[in-house]
Design a protein around this ligand. Structure first.
Ligand SMILES: NC(=O)C1=CN([C@@H]2O[C@H](COP(=O)(O)OP(=O)(O)OC[C@H]3O[C@@H](n4cnc5c(N)ncnc54)[C@H](OP(=O)(O)O)[C@@H]3O)[C@@H](O)[C@H]2O)C=CC1
Ligand SMILES: C[C@H]1O[C@H](OP(=O)(O)OP(=O)(O)OC[C@H]2O[C@@H](n3cnc4c(=O)[nH]c(N)nc43)[C@H](O)[C@@H]2O)[C@@H](O)[C@@H](O)C1=O
Length: 319
C-alpha cells in the first residue's frame, strides 16, 4: 500500500490518473487543491512534503493552455511552470521521496524535427516560437528529474504526452487547446443556428490526439516499470518517454470530424490571421510500444464520448 501524491488532481490528466488509481484500490492517494497548496510557493511545498512524505509523486499540475494562451502569456507559462516543477521535484527529493513521474509535453521538440519525433530529437534544433517559454520549462523539468536521478539516485521519470483530450478538459473559447475549442464552437453554432464557424490558421497543421484515459494508463504503466527497463529504454541520459497514438490528422479534417459529431452542417472558414504554430508534431511511440504499451482509443469514438461529457457538464465548465 503506497502513499501517492497526485499534483493537479482536479485537472484533466490529474483527474484521469486519480480515477485510475482509485479504481485500482491499491494505494493511499494524497491530493491538495490549488487553493490548499499553491505549488509555486516553495515553503508551502516544502512543509507539505516534509509533513506527508509520500512514497511517490505524480506531477500533473502545470499552467496549461493552447496556442493563443501560450502566445499571449509567455511569462506566466515559463515562470509558473519552472516554479511548480522546481518546488515539487526539489522538495520531493528533500523529503526523501524516491519515486516521481513528471508530465512534459510534445512541444519540447524542435519545430522542424524529423517526423515522427523520437526522444533523441530533444535539443537538436530551435523550438516553435508560439510555445517556446512553456517548452523551455518542460525541458527543464526533464533535466531536473534526470539530474536528481544521476546525482542522488532518485527514480524520477518523465513522460512526454502528445496533444490530449477528453473528460475534464478546458473548453475556454480562447485559452483552450484546439479540440475542446472546436467542440464548444461547433456546438454553440448548432444551438445558435449559425451558418459559419471560424477556425484559426490555415487548417493545414497536423496534430496527434490521445484520449486522456489512455494517457493515465500510460503514465501508471511507465511509473510501474522496473527501473532497469526504464533506464535501458531512456539511455543515454535517463531522459524521457513519448506517449501518443502514432497517428495524426490535419486541423481542417479535425474540424470536419467535430462538425459531424456535433451535427453542424454549415460552412467552415479559416482565419489565417491566427497562428498555425508547429506544422506537425507526430510522436515516435516505438520505445513505449517496445515496452508493451499502446494507445487504445480511436479519435472518432473518443471525440463522441468527450462531446457527450461536454453536454452533461456544460453548465459547470471551467471559464
Ligand atoms: N492538455 C494537453 O493537451 C496536454 C497536457 N500536457 C501536460 O499534462 C499535464 C496536465 O495537463 P492538463 O490536465 O491538460 O491541465 P489542466 O489545466 O487541466 O490541469 C492542471 C492542473 O494543475 C493545477 N495547477 C496549476 N497551477 C497550479 C499551482 N500553482 N498550484 C497548484 N495547482 C496548480 C490546476 O489547478 P487550477 O485549475 O485550480 O489552477 C489544474 O488542476 C501538464 O503538465 C501539461 O503540461 C502535456 C501535453 C498535452
Ligand atoms: C499540447 C500542445 O498544445 C499547444 O500547442 P498546439 O498543439 O499548437 O496548440 P493548440 O491545440 O492550441 O493548436 C493546434 C492547432 O489548432 C489550430 N486551431 C484552429 N482553431 C483553433 C481554436 O479555436 N483554438 C485553438 N487553441 N487552436 C485552434 C491552431 O491554429 C493550431 O494550428 C501548446 O500548449 C503546446 O505547448 C503543447 O504542449
Amino acid at each position: 500500500m503506497a502513499r501517492i501524491y497526485v499534483a493537479g488532481h482536479r485537472g484533466m490528466v490529474g483527474g484521469a490518473i486519480l480515477r485510475r488509481l482509485l479504481a485500482g484500490g491499491r494505494d493511499v492517494i494524497l491530493t491538495r487543491t490549488h487553493a490548499e497548496l499553491d505549488l509555486t510557493d516553495q515553503a508551502a511545498v516544502r512543509d507539505f512534503m516534509a509533513a506527508e512524505r509520500p512514497d511517490a509523486v505524480i506531477l500533473a499540475a502545470a499552467r496549461v493552455g493552447g496556442i493563443h494562451a501560450n502566445n499571449t502569456y509567455p511569462a506566466d507559462f515559463i515562470y509558473d511552470n519552472l516554479l511548480i516543477q522546481a518546488n515539487v521535484i526539489g522538495q520531493a527529493h528533500a523529503a526523501g521521496v524516491q519515486r516521481l513521474l513528471f508530465l512534459g509535453s510534445s512541444c519540447i521538440y524542435p519545430r522542424e524535427a524529423p517526423q515522427p519525433m523520437a526522444e533523441d530529437a530533444l535539443l537538436t534544433g530551435v523550438l516553435e516560437p508560439t510555445n517556446e517559454p512553456y517548452a523551455i520549462a518542460k525541458i527543464a523539468g526533464i533535466k531536473l528529474c534526470e539530474s536528481f536521478a544521476r546525482q542522488h539516485g532518485r527514480d524520477y521519470r518523465s513522460v512526454m504526452p502528445t496533444n490530449l483530450y477528453g473528460p475534464g478538459d478546458n473548453f475556454h473559447p480562447e485559452n483552450s487547446h484546439v479540440l475542446p475549442a472546436l467542440i464548444r464552437r461547433f456546438h454553440e453554432a448548432v444551438r445558435g443556428g449559425r451558418g459559419e464557424v471560424v477556425i484559426w490558421g490555415t487548417g493545414t497543421p497536423r496534430r496527434e490526439f490521445l484520449h486522456v484515459d489512455d494517457m493515465a494508463e500510460a503514465s501508471l504503466f511507465v511509473m510501474d516499470l522496473d527501473r532497469a527497463t526504464y533506464e535501458a529504454n531512456t539511455r543515454p541520459m535517463l531522459s524521457h518517454i513519448n506517449v501518443g497514438t502514432g497517428e495524426d490528422i490535419s486541423i481542417a479534417d479535425l474540424a470536419r470530424l467535430v462538425a459531424e459529431v456535433t451535427g453542424y452542417r454549415g460552412r467552415i472558414r479559416f482565419d489565417t490571421s491566427r497562428p498555425d504554430g508547429t506544422p506537425r508534431k507526430l510522436m515516435d511511440v516505438s520505445r513505449l510500444a517496445a515496452m508493451g504499451w499502446r494507445a487504445r482509443t480511436a479519435l472518432r469514438p473518443g471525440l463522441e464520448e468527450t462531446y457527450q461529457w461536454f453536454l452533461r457538464e456544460a453548465a459547470s465548465l471551467r471559464q
